[in-house]
Design a protein around this ligand. Structure first.
Ligand SMILES: [Zn+2]
Length: 192
């Protein structure tokens, strides 16, 4: 097999996780997509810029991480718009990718996102780091990735950070490279 996969890390920027994550990715020569929470970016602008400067792609993960399917359309739009504004300011360009918190979405959420120029991206493989998976389990989850696929991880878990070098090494042996997510298809492609 040969191709590209997308490593994604949600819920940052995070003072306990972002710096270590960036170091692990840099050590492996890898780039990833970080789905940032708007209010976290506002609280930790330097971490967001640092991720951008390290070559990471930044996506919109809402302002306050609600289940968007339970909000009115106006509140959902505000969650995404406010996040576009802060990420656009810090990143230099507004995100084109959006991941709904908890993966909870529907036609209304997708159409509001599309109206803001955002493509919704879920995942093919869930690392389950959020459910307490250890590094071995996270590495094993990444072993299931095939060409074009996307894996869900998070910035704040030590087990995830510990897994990153092993995931990168394992991908290399399978001729899979960490790439970006294509805005048209939501699939992993060569980074640029
Ligand atoms: Zn999240």
């Amino acid at each position: 097999m040969t191709g590209y996969v997308a490593l994604t890390f949600d819920d940052g920027p995070d003072p306990a996780g972002t710096a270590a994550l960036l170091a692990a990715l840099r050590a492996g020569g890898a780039r990833a997509t970080l789905f940032a929470i708007g209010r976290n970016a506002r609280s930790h602008p330097r971490l967001l810029r640092r991720a951008r400067n390290a070559g990471m792609w930044i996506g919109n993960h809402s302002w306050s991480h609600p289940d968007l399917t339970r909000l009115t359309p106006a509140r959902t739009r505000a969650e995404l718009r406010r996040t576009q504004a802060v990420l656009g300011r810090l990143n230099g360009t507004a995100p084109r990718l959006f991941r709904p918190p908890y993966g909870e979405t529907g036609d209304a959420v997708r159409s509001i996102a599309a109206g803001l120029g955002l493509t919704e991206v879920l995942w093919d493989v869930d690392s389950r780091d959020w459910a307490g998976a250890d590094a071995d389990e996270i590495v094993a989850a990444a072993e299931r990735l095939t060409d074009g696929q996307v894996i869900l991880m998070h910035e704040r878990y030590p087990a995830t950070i510990a897994a990153v070098p092993r995931i990168l090494a394992a991908l290399r042996t399978r001729n899979l490279r960490p790439g970006r997510i294509d805005e048209a298809t939501g699939r992993a492609v060569a980074g640029e």
